[in-house]
Write a protein that binds this ligand. Structure first.
Ligand SMILES: [Mn+2]
Length: 487
């Protein structure tokens, strides 16, 4: 993100705050992992969204209309010894020169300086409850001002949560943000393809996780946006499974929910595929039902539609399909009303996506589901889960958990699938996996295998421009043609 984009965001927020307001945003705390070791540091998303400043121990203050400068950054001072131990600091000069602050002060002096900035302001924009240490400090600063009221100093009378303004801004992605999110999704899609290619029975879940971390780093995204879920067999029915230490068994499915963070923007992709590269009939039946639900839900991502429309579409497809498979019994409309699908589908169909994987932004406005508008990004991720030991359910369905998740941008015309780079049709998955069974030993063989994958990829691409519904049905034919070429 460019320095101009951060400045534009601050300006926009200050316009909405209006004269007489002040906003105070501390960044995130550092967290100890154990003893002298910290977790990798990640700045607070709201703070970073407005500053582009990634160091800990910083507070941004926005004071619209302040003659000496509207944007003040409190941060750590330069310190050669500390920098030798822990890394570079921008310091006060850097804060102004490189990050566009009008004024910069040492974070250690904030208690002396901040009350003065609050003087004669009407409204304080601040989000309570995130940094309880600052909740307390703000009360102290206000109390100090109150003591001077007889000297003619005016204390702010209104405290407003910054969420409403700022989170609404963050919900609509700019061109620069969309570019970052496209790249995040591209990297994650590449990693999912990589996992499909290397997967085989006998590996362990964490080895597949390692493939993701490797691909992310290779492409400039050092961290996943959330802990990767690599769940083989029955583990796929645990929604937030992150132990990732089980072995991958022949004949089981593997569900992977993993996405990188790129330039502070998240991607969030789930794919489910057979560990040995070939779906069993029961697995395939559930898989294709989830895929049909996902296509139906994605079709509902249109400007003017409501947040809940994709979910409703998925629920309808699921209920109809589960009745057809004999997993639910009764009339579809009654079953939907009774939410009978909830036995197999416990979560909702998606969430906002942005700097946070479960991004900010209201899902309802008043009593109404939010209307989708261009620039919003959401996930569409229906899933069906039938754990081992499910009572009254035939053995062949047990241990099957399937989720398919893509990242979708709402556009003027409809939608764009940001995570399109990883296959999800049965034929495409089997083709991608079929080309690389076992280890390729010699260089020649490796080169041959590579050429094979490339031709297959172009084949897959050429068959892409089909409407989603026909795509599902055409799978059957496609699968057999590809099968011939892949073995
Ligand atoms: Mn998700």
């Amino acid at each position: 993100m460019t320095i101009k984009e951060f400045a534009r965001r601050r300006k926009h927020l200050m316009q909405m705050m209006g004269e007489g307001a002040i906003a105070i945003l501390p960044t995130a705390l550092e967290h100890v992992r154990n003893r002298d070791v910290d977790y990798p540091y990640r700045p607070d998303s709201d703070f970073y969204y407005l500053t582009g400043f990634a160091e800990p121990d910083a507070v941004a203050v926005l004071v619209p209309g302040r003659p000496h400068g509207e944007y003040i950054l409190f941060c750590r001072e330069r310190d050669p010894l500390m920098e030798t131990w822990h890394g570079h600091r921008a310091g006060l000069e850097g804060a102004q020169e490189r990050y566009g602050a009008d004024d910069a002060f040492p974070i250690a002096d904030i208690d002396d300086i901040l009350p003065g900035l609050l003087e004669n302001r009407e409204r304080v924009y601040y989000t309570m409850g995130c940094r309880t240490d600052y909740d307390r400090r703000i009360v102290d600063w206000i109390n100090r001002l109150r003591k001077q009221e007889r000297a003619g100093i005016h204390t702010p009378g209104e405290f407003v949560s910054l969420d409403h303004l700022l989170h609404d801004m963050r919900l609509y992605k700019s061109r620069g943000e969309i570019k970052a999110m496209r790249q995040a999704a591209k990297i994650s899609a590449d990693a999912h393809c990589r996992a499909m290619r290397v997967c085989k029975p006998g590996l362990t879940e964490y080895q597949i996780e390692g493939e993701f971390l490797h691909e992310f780093s290779q492409q400039g995204a050092r961290f996943p946006a959330y802990p990767s879920i690599v769940a083989g067999g029955d583990n796929s029915c645990i929604l937030h499974y992150t132990e990732n230490n089980d072995s991958l068994r022949d004949g089981d499915l593997l569900l992977i929910d993993a996405g990188c963070e790129y330039d502070y923007y998240a991607s969030d992709i789930t794919r489910t595929f057979p560990i040995n590269g070939k779906f069993k009939p029961a697995q395939r039946a559930i898989y294709e039902l989830v895929l049909e639900a996902q296509y139906a839900a994605i079709e509902e991502v249109q400007p003017g539609n409501h947040w809940n429309d994709p979910h409703n579409a998925a629920v309808r497809v699921f209920t109809e399909g589960l009745v057809k498979l004999g997993l639910l019994k009764g009339r579809v409309s009654t079953l939907i009303k009774k939410e009978a699908y909830r036995r197999f589908y416990l979560h909702r169909t998606g969430h906002w996506l942005g700097m946070d994987v479960h991004d900010v932004g209201d899902y309802k406005v008043g009593e109404e589901w939010r209307v989708l508008e261009p620039g919003m990004v959401l996930t569409v991720e229906p899933g069906l889960y039938i754990p081992m030991g499910s009572k009254g359910i035939a053995k062949k369905w047990q241990g099957i958990g399937v989720r398919i998740e893509d990242d979708i941008l709402v556009t003027k015309e409809g939608y764009e699938v940001l995570s399109h780079g990883v296959p999800k049709d049965v034929g495409e998955i089997e083709a991608l996996m079929g080309g690389k069974q076992g280890r390729v030993k010699s260089k020649v063989k490796r080169a041959k295998a590579k050429a094979k994958t490339i031709t297959k990829k172009s084949k897959i691409k050429s068959s892409k421009n089909k409407s989603p519904r026909t795509k599902v049905k055409k799978n059957e034919a496609k699968r057999f043609t590809l099968k011939g070429t892949s073995t």
